[in-house]
Write a protein that binds this ligand. Structure first.
Ligand code: F3S
Ligand code: F3S
Length: 111
């Protein structure tokens, strides 16, 4: 289980959550941010930081947003557009910086 970033983050990408994560597992894509589900410790620190309430515990994801649970994982487990290898566990989001790319689902997402 993990915390997950949902639809409200798309095209907002406020980043307030990034500074709250003690394990540096919130990665910045292009339209939104993604939580590395293997690294998230379920501490909950990120959730209240988001001004648009985009972050939920996985089990509490609002109806119609289940796809975002898969997308948060897919961002790390499948090669992103234009890349040959999955991102995997790159060792901390701050070291990686803004990736500037999203999953195909998020690229095409229409709010
Ligand atoms: Fe990080 Fe805790 Fe959220 S580990 S992703 S701040 S739940
Ligand atoms: Fe997105 Fe909210 Fe974080 S808009 S980047 S989930 S603070």
């Amino acid at each position: 289980m993990a915390f997950v970033i949902g639809a409200a983050c798309v095209d907002v990408l406020d980043r307030a959550c990034v500074d709250e994560c003690p394990v540096d597992c919130i990665f910045e894509g292009n339209r939104m941010a993604y939580i590395q589900p293997d690294e998230c410790t379920d501490c909950g620190a990120c959730e209240p930081a988001c001004p648009v309430e985009a972050i939920y515990y996985e089990d509490d994801m609002p109806d119609g947003q289940d796809e975002f649970i898969a997308e948060n994982a897919r961002f790390f487990t499948e090669p992103l557009p234009g890349r040959a290898e999955p991102l995997g566990h790159p060792g901390g989001a701050s070291a990686v910086g803004r990736l500037g790319v999203d999953t195909v689902f998020v690229q095409q997402y229409q709010p």
